[in-house]
Design a protein around this ligand. Structure first.
Ligand SMILES: Nc1ncnc2c1ncn2[C@@H]1O[C@H](COP(=O)(O)OP(=O)(O)OP(=O)(O)O)[C@@H](O)[C@H]1O
Length: 247
């Protein structure tokens, strides 16, 4: 279970809070979608929960562990799929995954078998010994995902795991995530694909200007919003139609 208390982030040199006073509880085995326009604070929030950046104010626990007191234990139970590829282009898929798995203390035949299993499920067996350099965006996204789940995390944080990939890769990623969830993993992910989130998530939270403005089951949010037939219409009703350009 993830318990978030009054969590806020103000970047150095920034005048405004990018995430402001978030209170939220995410239960075990939920698939929670963080949705919001560009610049809303999704990456900032998920980066704090993944311990990639420090909160300015507030706190959170994951399975009752805090980063301050249980850093090593926490690292073992979470998996992080960042928006940017965390891969070495000049190494092969296998070499990259072997390296990433070793960082979690996995080794030898166990690690080799885990890599081969995930690679097969995600349809990349014939590319196992090819350099990442030559991989398409969808293939890199799938390798990125495998790298973060080899140690079988209980909680998985993913920042836009299906951005810029074709429908085939997207389906492969989502169906693998569903399988991991069925086997017990809690999933927290950010996305701009509202249709995907509507079908994939057990619950979503809409965040805007750093604040969590609503959260609930997609079907409940749709029912509550007058005239809305889908999550996209709820999203527009809650966040407005104006463009969110920023530099
Ligand atoms: N390292 C940083 N330093 C200063 N400000 C930042 C930093 N990273 C993000 N911000 C600002 O914090 C706000 C929230 O950004 P964040 O990336 O969390 O939003 P987002 O919802 O993930 O957006 P997107 O959908 O475009 O990825 C934005 O105003 C952004 O400019």
């Amino acid at each position: 279970m993830i318990t978030i208390n009054q969590l806020s982030k103000k970047y150095k040199d920034s005048e405004e809070f990018s995430v402001s006073n978030i209170d939220l509880v995410i239960e075990n085995q939920e698939i929670f979608g963080l949705l919001g326009p560009n610049g809303a604070g999704k990456t900032t929030l998920i980066s704090m929960l993944s311990s990639l950046i420090k909160p300015t104010e507030g706190s959170f626990t994951i399975n009752e562990l805090t980063y301050k007191q249980n850093k090593n234990k926490l690292k073992q139970i979470i998996g992080i799929v960042p928006q940017e590829y965390a891969l070495y282009p000049s190494l092969t898929a296998y070499e990259n995954l072997f390296y990433l798995g070793s960082m979690y203390g996995l080794k030898g035949n166990t690690l080799k078998q885990l890599i081969e299993q995930h690679i097969e499920i995600l349809g990349l067996t014939e590319f196992l010994n090819k350099k990442i350099l030559h991989f398409s965006g969808g293939m890199k996204r799938r390798i990125n995902l495998i790298g973060s789940i080899l140690h079988e995390p209980k909680v998985l944080f993913l920042d836009e795991p299906t951005v810029g990939v074709d429908v085939q890769s997207k389906n492969a990623i989502i169906s693998h995530l569903k399988e991991l969830n069925k086997n017990g993993a809690t999933i927290v992910y950010t996305s701009h694909h509202l249709n995907e989130a509507e079908n994939f998530c057990t619950r979503v939270g809409i965040i805007d200007h750093g604040k969590l403005i609503c959260n609930g089951k997609p079907s409940e949010l749709i029912k509550q919003e007058e005239g809305a037939h889908n999550l996209e219409e709820v999203f527009i009703a809650k966040t407005g139609k104006e463009l969110r350009d920023y530099v």
